[in-house]
Design a protein around this ligand. Structure first.
Ligand SMILES: O=C(O)CCC(=O)C(=O)O
Length: 298
């Protein structure tokens, strides 16, 4: 069964109807597709070829990309997730990050401009979308451009014997919002709907899939839904996806925006550190939105 994913036209986001669609999508589904955005299809294709290039390098070269923060750097296939590998870089931590990444992997300089331009463009797009999501709730005083973000690229090594197996387990994303350039040719992403049924998310070339994460849920005082999703092997094709993960406010404290908490007579969650949530997920192996229960105010 196919998931119904709302489509939001970025160019029309000043009009009432599109605005309403965005608000409803964040509140009801926690997922939407953005079309007519400013990132060109050429740049999206070039970035995809760069991602394929470094993920197809020999393992010993990929292993040179060292972890900068927990759960980052090159994440090789593990026995618990044998079909999944990722490369995570943390552009906000240091301006050196891109140079280090290129020299560690000995990447052709040709890709440098592509990755830099794409990284900046997708960060701008994610922060503009976050700004618009906030405005839907009447909040205009947050500068999301300042929020740290990660770029994560993923390769799923799917072969015939893997059909039906899990590429990535059911989870919610930890940050405020994820913008994903999904693989336009290889399916596999599934969304858990509110009746508990997993539905297929059909890729749409040239668009970005936007997914609200745990921080978005807490920041909005539960107005935005943190969508649960997973990737399953349906086709015997290597699958590549990538995107930007906008994390939490620069001070690392996750809490409801004061105005939204006030409107609801108080926050639904006690403030916590973003790094503590990440750490908790890594240590316990729990990847679902239920990780927030420990902070919930009864
Ligand atoms: O690869 C995909 O399509 C989804 C990736 C994802 O869910 C994630 O990285 O959190």
């Amino acid at each position: 069964m196919e998931a119904s994913v709302p489509v939001v036209d970025f160019q029309k986001l000043s009009e009432g109807e599109e605005w309403k669609k965005l608000k409803e999508a964040c509140e009801k589904c926690g997922i939407f597709r953005v079309i007519n955005h400013p990132i060109s299809e050429t740049l999206m294709k070039e970035m995809k070829s760069a991602v394929k290039f470094w993920h197809d390098l020999p393992l010993e070269i990929k292993m040179r990309n060292k972890s900068i923060i927990p759960d980052s750097g090159y994440i090789p296939p593990f026995p618990s997730s044998p079909l999944y590998e990722a490369m995570v870089y943390d552009f906000h931590k240091s301006p050196q990050a891109l140079d280090d990444f290129f020299s560690q992997l000995d990447l052709p300089p040709y890709y440098r401009k592509i990755v830099k331009t794409y990284g900046q463009a997708i960060h701008d797009l994610a922060s503009t979308i976050a700004q618009k999501m906030a405005k839907c709730l009447g909040i205009v005083d947050v500068d999301f451009k300042d929020w740290p973000f990660l770029l994560r690229t993923i390769k799923y090594n799917f072969s015939p014997e893997n059909i039906g197996e899990m590429g990535i387990l059911l989870h919610s994303d930890t940050g405020f919002i994820t913008l994903l350039q999904d693989d336009e040719t290889v399916t596999g992403l599934e969304l858990l709907d509110d009746s508990g049924i997993l539905k297929v998310v059909t890729p749409k070339s040239g668009s970005f899939l936007c997914i609200v994460g745990d921080v978005g849920h807490v920041w909005s005082n539960e107005k935005f839904w943190n969508a649960r999703h997973r990737v399953i092997c349906k086709e015997t094709c290597t699958r590549y996806s990538f995107g930007v993960f906008m994390l939490a406010a620069r001070d690392g404290i996750v809490e409801a925006h004061p105005k939204l908490a006030e409107l609801d007579n108080g926050p639904r969650y006690q403030p916590f550190k973003y790094e503590d949530l990440r750490e908790f997920r890594i240590v316990t192996g729990k990847r679902n939105a239920e990780v927030l229960d420990q902070y919930r105010i009864a």
